[in-house]
Every structure is written in structure tokens, then in C-alpha cells.
Design a protein around this ligand. Structure first.
Ligand SMILES: [Fe+2]
Ligand SMILES: [Fe+2]
Length: 483
């Protein structure tokens, strides 16, 4: 068995990267560890740090049975460094270095670019933990509380994954970057997280589920693109992170789905046929569908900004350098160099939104964003709209137009409605409340956020899940709050 599949689970830092044989790296990580724990206690989940939580921990990287479930106090969680098994004789699949053996060391000419890619990805991981830190006190059930903490510890493990790469491969500046990953703060005025959506607040559980649906899905796309990297340690790290990411998306899609399910059932019981009769629906103590649509509009548009500008030389450079590929690059049938290809991009021309062919290399952000939109929209059909249709309501959650509510790229300069019709500033101000959550909407959602901590109970606004975690029964005590 190679060391790629053997996990050393005895040391302070579980790993399959041969940490014991690399004392310099081990010392660097051990020096970073106390600051990390301070960060977790300080900026991680508020309260609950001493409670036993039923969590899964990665103990292997085999597709079968990589996780083990058990009760653990979060600060004692085994945050490990785990790479997916090496692919023997792996060749670089795209860009200038296509066909060359994958790099096991950092290619000198791309050092800065590679470090930046790792730092930007790494920064999002602790950011989301910080954004979600207050949610524990209003969890709608022990099941949901446990899922929140599972997402939190795994995002923190993703931070470890990126810090490992920085400390192992980037010497002193890698160590400095690793420190800075602990010192930036989501939403902080002086030292914010690097990307906009990771400085927004996640004030309630509907926001949390929307965030894991929309924004963790951006994480999935980025990890896919990085898992194609010619830098093999990055590729292997990201491949393993994707197995965890799938659960985060499940939490989001099933969480919103359960809210929709409960709302539809309550409307049926009350004989409400019109789901847009907001006040009557809210009087039932459930979330109305138009508000769900507005929350989706908000989280979708904030997440689109994470894909960057429509036309981007950075994206082209990272692809040319064989550092960041496309979504499922290895399944695309083309030359994987894109020197003469074009890609259709929506742009703002003479005050109108038009589709235009751009050089495929400069349009890579758009391609990833389009892949993201396709992925999100099929998940919405499968997980959300099916529930509404089955309940017999004439209402569908739809993704807004890409020009809607943007702060980055072509459409940052204009206002558009969710259909992509351009609006003047005055009209935008007048109609904005119909598209995005208002203070009143948020106050209503906040009014529903009361903790439910009895085993097997759920808040009135959310349906129980179909199945428990790890096959546990409905009344399982996922978080032991007493003692
Ligand atoms: Fe993550
Ligand atoms: Fe995630």
C-alpha cells in the first residue's frame, strides 16, 4: 500500500501526506495549530464548543467508507490533511503544458499565480465558518444543528488543506499567508475576507440553506476547476474536498426543500390556493414562496459575482499556465488549449445586453459560470420545484437573469430586473422590494427563528428530513445539549 492510501491517525494531525517523515513541515503546522484553535474558539460556532456532536470525520480517502461517525467536542475534532490517491503517471490535461507529467513541485515561473489561487480558495473556507457562527442558537432541530456543525468543521478542514499546500510548498511566504488566513475576518471593515459574498451576513437558517445551496456550489465549481490542475498536490487536495462538499450542497438543497414542503403542506391544510397571498401564508407560521424566490435572487446574484469578470486575463493566464482548468476538463472533447476557440458571452454594448463571441481563453470565467448555472438550475427543478408541483401549486422558483443585482463585471454598472430588462435608477429603487428581501421580509424570517432542541422535534416552518444522518432514527440526539 502506498502512503497515499494509508492515513496516519495517531499523531496530532491525521494525514496521508507522510507528515512524520517531514519534520520541517510538521513543525510549521504545529506552530500554526494553536492560532488555528484560537481562531476556532473565537470565530467558530458560538456556544456549543463543549457539547458532544455526532460528526463524521475523514479517516480514509477511499471512495468506500472514508468517514467515521461518532460523538466529538468540536475543538477536539480531528482536522486532518488528506489527499485523494495519486493517479499513476498523471499527465497535465490542458494549457501550455498539456501532455507533460503533472508537477509534484511548484513550477517556479507560476509560483505567484499558484499561491494566489490557493490563498483565494483558502480564504473562503474560514470565512463561511465565521458567517455562520451565530446560527447554533436558533437551530430548528438537533438534526439541523448537527448538519451546521458538520459543514463548519469540514470548511475548517478545507482551510487546513490549503494551509498544508502553502506551508509545504511556499516556504516563508506560504507561512505568512497561512497566518493571514486566520487574521482576516468576514465582514471586517479593516481586514475583510477576500471575496464579496464571504463578507455578507448569514443571519438566519433560510440564509444558511440558501448559502450552502448557491455559494457552496460555487465552491464545488472552483474545486472542480482546481482539481484539474497540473500541480498535482492541489489536484489531489481538491478531489478529496469535493467528497465533503457534496454534503454541504445536500444540506442546502434539502434544507430549502424541507421549508418549501412545510409551506406547501400548511397552505393545503389551510385551504390557501394562491401562494402569493403572503399575509395569509405568513399567518400560518411558515415562509411564503415569493419570499423564498427573493432569497434565491439575492444569494444567486451574490454568488455570480464570485466568478469574476466576464472577460478575464487572469482566468486565461491560469488556464494557459495549466494551473486551473474548466469544469470536467478531462471529459471535454476539444484540444484543451483553446487557442483559436470562441465562447459566447453576454455583454453590455451601447446600453443593451447582447450575446457576443469572445476568445474562449478570456471567457473561461463565463464558461464556469454557465456550468454553475446549469448545475444550480437542475438542482432547483429536482429538489424544490418538484415539491411545489407535487403539492399542486402554480408557482416555480426561477433563477434571475445574470444581469440582475450584480456588483462585479459587465452588469455592475446597470440595474436590471430578474428577467434581464434594464431599469433606470429611479425604477430600480421603486421596484427593488419586489425582487430582493426587504427589511420586513427579514424581520418575518427572524421572527420564526426560535430554537427547537427537543429530540425528534422540528420548528413549525420546516419539515423533518426523509432520513436521519448515518441511518439514525428520527428522535436521535445528534447534539447532546445536557452536560
Ligand atoms: Fe469548503
Ligand atoms: Fe462547502
Amino acid at each position: 500500500m502506498s502512503d497515499a492510501t494509508t492515513v496516519d491517525y495517531d499523531g496530532m494531525i491525521p494525514n496521508n501526506v507522510g507528515l512524520n517523515a517531514d519534520p520541517r513541515l510538521r513543525r510549521a503546522l504545529e506552530r500554526w495549530h494553536p492560532g488555528y484553535l484560537d481562531w476556532w474558539r473565537d470565530r467558530g460556532p458560538e456556544g456549543f464548543q463543549e457539547k458532544l456532536v455526532y460528526l463524521r470525520t475523514a479517516v480514509s480517502v477511499e471512495p468506500e467508507g472514508w468517514a467515521k461517525f461518532g460523538f466529538v467536542r468540536m475543538p477536539e475534532y480531528r482536522w486532518g490533511i488528506l489527499l485523494a490517491p495519486a493517479v499513476e503517471d498523471r499527465k497535465i490535461g490542458f494549457g501550455t503544458h498539456k501532455g507533460e507529467p503533472a508537477w509534484q513541485e511548484v513550477p517556479g515561473e507560476y509560483r505567484a499565480m499558484l499561491r494566489r489561487l490557493i490563498v483565494v480558495q483558502g480564504d473562503t473556507e474560514p470565512a463561511s465558518v465565521e458567517q455562520q457562527r451565530h446560527l447554533g442558537s436558533t437551530a430548528p432541530s438537533l438534526y439541523d444543528l448537527r448538519n451546521l456543525f458538520q459543514v463548519n468543521v469540514e470548511e475548517a478542514r478545507h482551510l487546513w488543506a490549503m494551509v498544508y499546500l502553502l506551508q509545504k510548498y511556499f516556504g516563508r511566504d506560504g507561512r505568512e499567508e497561512a497566518e493571514e488566513l486566520l487574521s482576516r475576518r468576514s465582514g471586517d471593515r479593516d481586514s475583510p475576507r477576500l471575496l464579496g459574498a464571504f463578507n455578507e451576513t448569514t443571519p438566519d437558517w433560510l440564509s444558511f440553506f440558501m448559502f450552502t445551496f448557491f455559494t457552496d456550489r460555487d465552491g464545488k465549481m472552483q474545486l472542480h476547476a482546481l482539481s484539474q490542475s497540473g500541480f498535482d498536490p492541489l489536484s489531489r487536495t481538491c478531489r478529496f474536498m469535493l467528497t465533503e462538499e457534496a454534503h454541504h450542497m445536500f444540506v442546502g438543497q434539502s434544507g430549502v426543500g424541507r421549508i418549501i414542503e412545510r409551506s406547501c403542506a400548511a397552505m393545503r391544510e389551510a385551504g390557501i390556493d394562491d401562494p402569493t397571498d403572503i399575509q395569509r401564508v405568513r399567518a400560518l407560521g411558515v415562509v411564503d414562496l415569493p419570499t423564498m424566490q427573493k432569497k434565491a435572487n439575492l444569494h444567486f446574484s451574490l454568488t455570480l459575482d464570485l466568478f469574476g469578470s466576464e472577460i478575464s486575463t487572469n482566468a486565461a493566464n491560469a488556464f494557459n499556465a495549466s494551473l486551473k482548468g474548466r469544469y470536467l476538463e478531462d471529459q471535454i472533447d476539444d484540444d484543451h488549449q483553446l487557442l483559436n476557440n470562441t465562447y459566447p458571452v453576454l455583454r453590455l454594448k451601447d446600453g443593451r445586453i447582447v450575446k457576443e463571441d469572445a476568445a474562449a481563453l478570456s471567457a473561461l470565467n463565463m464558461r464556469l459560470r454557465d456550468d454553475y448555472i446549469a448545475d444550480a438550475s437542475s438542482a432547483i427543478e429536482r429538489w424544490w420545484n418538484r415539491i411545489i408541483a407535487r403539492a399542486g401549486f402554480d408557482f416555480r422558483i426561477k433563477l434571475p437573469h445574470v444581469a440582475f443585482n450584480r456588483r462585479i463585471g459587465e452588469f455592475a454598472a446597470i440595474h436590471a430586473d430578474p428577467h434581464g430588462n434594464m431599469l433606470g435608477a429611479e425604477e430600480w429603487r421603486r421596484r427593488r422590494d419586489a425582487f430582493l428581501p426587504t427589511t420586513e421580509d427579514n424581520l418575518f424570517i427572524e421572527s420564526l427563528m426560535r430554537p427547537v432542541t427537543e429530540r425528534g422535534d422540528f420548528a413549525s416552518w420546516i419539515a423533518p428530513p426523509r432520513a436521519g444522518i448515518d441511518g439514525m432514527p428520527g428522535n436521535f440526539e445528534y447534539v447532546k445539549l445536557a452536560g
